[in-house]
Design a protein around this ligand. Structure first.
Ligand code: ZN
Length: 480
């Protein structure tokens, strides 16, 4: 029996327990920073496996660090658990038509229930493998709250919680099996609050100073700015305060919320300073006062080639989940909830990230293959994640495992439904096997770990500098 087969058996032995855990977190469907019962469930399971718990952790109520240590001098190998849900995506489990379990309630539309339980299963299986082979290692599981909004991992990173880690093995449910070889966008959220002076808009407009005018001018300025920033950067905004609803009052207050994204955190900070200047210009033009407040910030992702290659090799050896006729029938029903164009568009996005050809997926329902690893850190996925901050602190690799029908849109009711179906569960167990199998290969190879460390040192020569503002707190944002 190979190590990977042995680890597969260690995962399979736990399958029922970890499927029940994923389902429990799925039913709880708790939003960012409020994942009290989800965190308790995942951490509690690891405690039963023999891990020592630190909970809460790094000032976060719904975070934990679970650790198990064998022998002395071994590497520290870390797994990341997430368990937060998304607002408004409640859905009946496994049902192929939009029907919320509870109207308007949160749901696991990003599959973080599978993510958390899968990573915990990987840590547990790896721990047993270490015991069986008397391999010295520290196995650590980070319970990371608020991935969707807030960034639990950023608070871990700021506290130095990843500084002694030799390898971080992350994963995320998706529709294609691959290891991410490209970066993602760094992001910061900033509010621009303008304060002017109210006045009667007909009888004395000259006495007023419009905060709404300032917002509009700022947006016009930023829309002109777009042409003169790198094309891979993204600016988007929403009105947090429009200054009121009466057209006959000059609005004395108004507020914009901007997201500023760029492939590298340094580029993002440079663009942010230019957006700040545009806001200052708008305040000057309108005679209003401006308050700029950075709310949050995530770093870009730096894939570690050495670790990613081992992860991808392990994925190839483990292969795709063994989909059966029942899975395929369910997948066909979910596929029918999307137009062929929608599915093709979503699949194209996944394949772009996976750097995999469209041909082998055409007409397919479930991914039965594994994509080869392509290292291209100079490119960035169009989204953002707080795994990026982890990747600046320690060598990190990230697996995507098929837990959905090919072409499923992210953050959708279809993801919620499939995250509590046989398709999602099989993908989760496969991810656990691949992550634990990778950990076993790394634990047995100090040379690979040294190479990963050296590569990380070269890729992040300035270490980690968090884009999260110093006054950000790990708690739900106050309504503005
Ligand atoms: Zn997610």
């Amino acid at each position: 029996m190979t190590d990977l087969e042995e680890i597969g058996a260690l995962v399979d032995r736990r399958a029922e327990t970890y499927i029940a855990l994923a389902d429990e977190v799925w039913r709880a469907a708790e939003l960012n920073w409020r994942e009290i019962s989800s965190a308790r469930a995942v951490a509690g399971r690891l405690a039963q496996e023999g891990f020592a718990l630190q909970q809460p952790a790094c000032g976060m109520e719904t975070a934990f660090i679970a650790q198990w240590k064998n022998g002395t001098g071994g590497p520290v190998i870390a797994f990341l658990c997430e368990y937060d849900a998304l607002p408004g995506l409640s859905q009946q489990p496994g049902l192929d038509e939009p029907q919320p379990l509870c109207a308007g309630a949160p749901g696991h539309g990003c599959g973080h229930n599978l993510l958390g339980a899968g990573s915990a299963a990987a840590a547990a299986a790896f721990k047993d493998w270490c015991t069986a082979h008397d391999v010295a290692a520290t196995v650590r599981c980070y319970g990371c709250p608020a991935e969707e909004d807030g960034g639990g991992k950023v608070f871990f990173a700021k506290a130095g919680a990843f500084d002694d880690v030799d390898a971080v093995l992350a994963w995320h449910p998706g529709d294609v099996n691959y290891v991410l070889g490209q970066g993602c966008l760094a992001v910061t959220g900033v509010t621009y609050r303008f304060t002017g002076k109210a006045a009667h808009a007909a009888s004395a407009p000259y006495a007023g100073r419009s905060a709404l005018d300032a917002c509009e001018l700022m947006n016009v300025g930023c829309n002109y700015l777009r042409e003169h920033i790198i094309p891979t950067a993204r600016l988007h905004y929403a009105y947090r305060d429009t200054g009121g609803t009466a057209p006959n009052v000059v609005p004395a207050h108004a507020c914009l919320h901007y997201y500023i994204r760029a492939p590298k955190v340094t580029q993002m900070m440079e663009i942010k300073s230019r957006v700040d200047d545009v806001a200052r210009g708008a305040a000057l033009m309108t005679g209003t006062r401006l308050e700029i407040r950075a709310i949050d910030g995530f770093s870009d992702y730096v894939p570690n080639r050495t670790l990613s290659q081992v992860l991808a090799d392990t994925l190839r050896q483990a292969g795709a989940p063994a989909w059966d006729a029942e899975d395929r029938a369910l997948a066909a029903r979910f596929a029918a909830t999307m137009t062929p164009e929608e599915r093709a568009g979503n699949l194209a996005t996944s394949l772009e990230s996976a750097c995999a050809p469209m041909e082998i997926y055409e007409g397919g329902l479930l991914d039965g293959t594994t994509a080869a690893y392509v290292h291209r850190p100079e490119l960035a996925e169009p989204g953002s994640t707080d795994v990026g901050d982890v990747s600046y602190c320690a060598p990190t690799a990230q697996l995507y495992a098929a837990c959905q029908v090919l072409g499923t849109a992210g953050h959708s009711w279809q993801v919620t439904a499939q995250s509590a179906s046989s398709i999602g569960r099989k993908g989760m167990l496969k991810a656990a096997q691949v992550l634990a199998g990778t950990a076993a290969r790394l634990a047995g190879s100090p040379r690979l770990l040294a190479q990963a460390r050296e590569e990380h040192r070269r890729a992040c020569p300035n270490g980690y500098c968090s884009p999260m503002p110093a006054d950000a707190r790990p708690e739900p944002a106050a309504e503005q």
